[in-house]
Design a binder for this molecule. Structure first.
Ligand SMILES: [Zn+2]
Length: 397
């Protein structure tokens, strides 16, 4: 989707005036949208309309990329200036064209007398997007192909670029069929412009600078063959799917699991010593990973080349954050172990290495069941200590 972002800067605003101004400019933007003078951007499945975001004396306006929309926005800001007596500083304001040719954005910015920033999607305008893209690239580098994990699902094909987005086949069509792409007269054509599949019947509509022949014809033949796999749902608009899960819905939780597995090694079938049918499977896996040093504690991440500010325990700051420290010897958990040992009446707890505490039935119990029960209690305790550590880490962020 193509949309401009405009960040406008108000001059001469003191704090007391801000609330009034926010209210005023919200009302005027809302009125402009209701009257059809300004078109915001619809976000998400519920199509929530976003027209502007405000913070203190800065406002970001969102809208469809077209000349009329941008000129109307400028006029609304001019009206705001006249009625409020406050100046909107256009020279300090920026126009961002997301997915728009930088030259188009520059031309539009000159027209309304503001600056232009960002060089289309390759250099997105807002800091947070830069961070997200940098994180995506970092994941690609450790073989978690994040930046290629979002796939377009074609509905009516109206908001997907036929040539320049990856929506069918193994890559973008401009890369798979470069000769045809060169013949295309409208390289920005949408999928809807070029093909439609209704009840398994494919209709194509081309716009070539000359009729494809020879190798170019072969490419066309292969392209049409590719459409055999195409499934359109003409009643819906195009949507994005996340390729890593069958539901197609992105979750941070699943991504974290994938990253952990990639960085710390996959869980393979545990040996019998890691089996205890009194605990849930996830606890068995957790203990197996803990004993193999495959939990994402700072020292393990550092070993694997992840850049961290510090490798010290974020809870006590007394030692490096190793698996052993986190689960056994951190002074923040030592008291928990002392109480558990006292409760189970197995002598006093002495912080030792992790396999002494979690690996064996230690001390051996008089009955087999008693041994398994004691092991289950320690495993679940370690699991809960880890969950708590993760929650605390989230609070510290
Ligand atoms: Zn600690």
């Amino acid at each position: 989707m193509v949309r401009p972002l405009m960040n406008s800067h108000l001059e001469g605003v003191c704090d007391k005036e801000i609330h009034y101004l926010l209210f005023f400019s919200s009302l005027s933007t809302k009125a402009a949208i209701e009257k059809g003078l300004l078109k915001g951007v619809e976000v998400g499945e519920d199509k929530v309309l976003v027209s502007h975001l405000q913070y203190a004396d800065d406002t970001i306006f969102f809208g469809e990329w077209n000349r009329l929309n941008t000129l109307n926005l400028r006029n609304i800001l001019k009206c705001f200036e006249l009625s409020s007596g406050l100046k909107v500083n256009f020279q300090k304001s920026c126009l961002y064209g997301v997915g728009v040719d930088f030259s188009d954005a520059s031309r539009m910015a000159r027209h309304i007398g503001c600056q232009v920033e960002g060089d289309n999607l390759h250099s997105p305008p807002i800091g947070i997007w830069n961070n997200i893209i940098a994180a995506g690239v970092a994941m690609d580098e450790i073989q978690v192909p994040f930046t290629h994990s979002f796939i377009k699902t074609i509905g009516d094909g109206g908001s997907t670029s036929f040539w320049q987005e990856h929506w069918i086949g193994s890559d973008k069509l401009c890369n798979l069929f470069p000769r045809l792409y060169r013949l295309e007269l409208n390289q920005n054509a949408s999928v809807k412009d070029r093909c439609c599949k209704l009840n398994d019947e494919l209709t194509t509509s081309w716009n070539w600078s000359r009729i494809p022949s020879g190798r170019t014809y072969d490419e066309l033949h292969r392209l049409v063959e590719l459409f055999n796999t195409l499934e359109c749902n003409n009643n819906n608009s195009d949507t994005w799917r996340w390729a890593f899960v069958s539901s197609g819905v992105f979750t941070v939780k699943k991504l974290t699991v994938i990253l952990d597995e990639q960085i710390l090694g996959q869980y393979t079938s545990p040996q019998n010593t890691f089996r205890n049918n009194l605990v849930p499977k996830k606890v068995e896996i957790f203990i197996w990973r803990a004993l193999k040093g495959r939990l994402p504690v700072k020292i393990e991440l550092d070993k694997r080349g992840i850049d961290l500010h510090s490798v010290r325990c974020p809870l006590c700051d007394n030692d490096l954050e190793s698996v052993e420290h986190t689960l056994i010897s951190c002074k923040c958990v030592e008291d928990i172990w002392c109480r558990i040992y006292k409760w189970w009446n197995v002598g006093s707890f002495v912080p030792s290495n992790i396999s002494d505490v979690l690996g064996e039935d230690n001390p051996p119990s008089t009955t087999k069941f008693g041994g398994r029960l004691w092991q289950a209690i320690k495993w679940i305790s370690a699991y809960l200590i880890w969950k708590n550590r993760n929650n605390l880490m989230l609070d510290l962020v």
